[in-house]
Write a new protein. Structure first.
Length: 243
């Protein structure tokens, strides 16, 4: 019988690390080309964290550390630990913010943190890259306190073809090794790993184009949450509590 974990992907976390190391030099510049769409992840997710004075937050994957900067502008007393698999992206983050608190990880399946260390978890566009996504969610459960809150975002399976079209036309830093999971699968994984889902929302129907066009797409999604139309949003948010 194979010893491969049940949810193990065809790639490894080391393959993911290699991709982000390769594109670290262009990461910020490429995201700035779609700044409104890129920053929407912070505008939605950070208020959902329900931060409070002195909270300990794990931001994983932290990439260029932008989420940490946004959090500390809102609540300076929050202690943010930025965990990242790419050393070169960590170097970019440090160049932008020399005082940033960062921890290098080597795998998403075994995090270098103590049990029940964090009050809040922010993990944006990471689950789809983890070689073993369920092991990753289990680790986030382990390192968070009882009643912790987690905000997670992940593109759905319906985003795969639009992503391929976008990168063909516009280029960008790419996603590297990944598999966009259907929202129903993410919900199944969350339940299996002890996370209670309190909000699921599909966002970003039209990621590029005039602002009024993008806003029209968001209004459509607002009216269609819980339907297949909302599953077409390229950024799906999951707000969870540990139970």
């Amino acid at each position: 019988m194979s010893s491969t974990p049940k949810y193990q992907s065809k790639w490894t976390d080391r393959d993911v690390e290699a991709h982000w190391d390769r594109v670290a030099g262009m990461y910020v510049a490429e995201n700035n080309k779609v700044k409104d769409t890129h920053d929407q992840r912070f505008a939605f997710s950070i208020p959902q964290l329900d931060l409070y004075c002195g909270a300990k937050v794990l931001n994983i994957s932290s990439r260029d550390g932008e989420a940490s900067s946004v959090i500390n502008k809102l609540e300076s007393s929050v202690e943010v630990t930025n965990a990242e698999i790419s050393q070169k992206l960590m170097d970019v983050a440090e160049s932008l913010n020399p005082s940033i608190r960062q921890v290098k990880i080597s795998t998403y399946s075994s995090l270098p943190f103590d049990n029940e260390q964090f009050d809040r978890i922010l993990t944006l566009e990471t689950l789809e890259h983890a070689a073993d996504p369920v092991a990753f969610l289990q680790e986030l459960y382990r390192v968070s306190i009882p009643d912790a809150r987690m905000v997670l975002s992940c593109p759905p399976a319906t985003s795969e073809i639009p992503y391929q079209i976008y990168t063909t036309i516009f280029g960008g830093h790419g996603e590297g090794p990944h598999k966009f999971p259907p929202s129903k699968k993410v919900k199944k994984w969350l339940k299996a790993t002890g996370w209670k889902l309190i909000l699921h929302k599909g966002t970003i129907l039209i990621p590029v184009g005039p602002r009024w066009v993008k806003k029209t797409g968001e209004k459509l999604l607002e009216y269609t949450q819980g339907t297949f139309v909302a599953e077409l949003g390229i950024r799906q948010f999951y707000v969870c509590e540990k139970y």
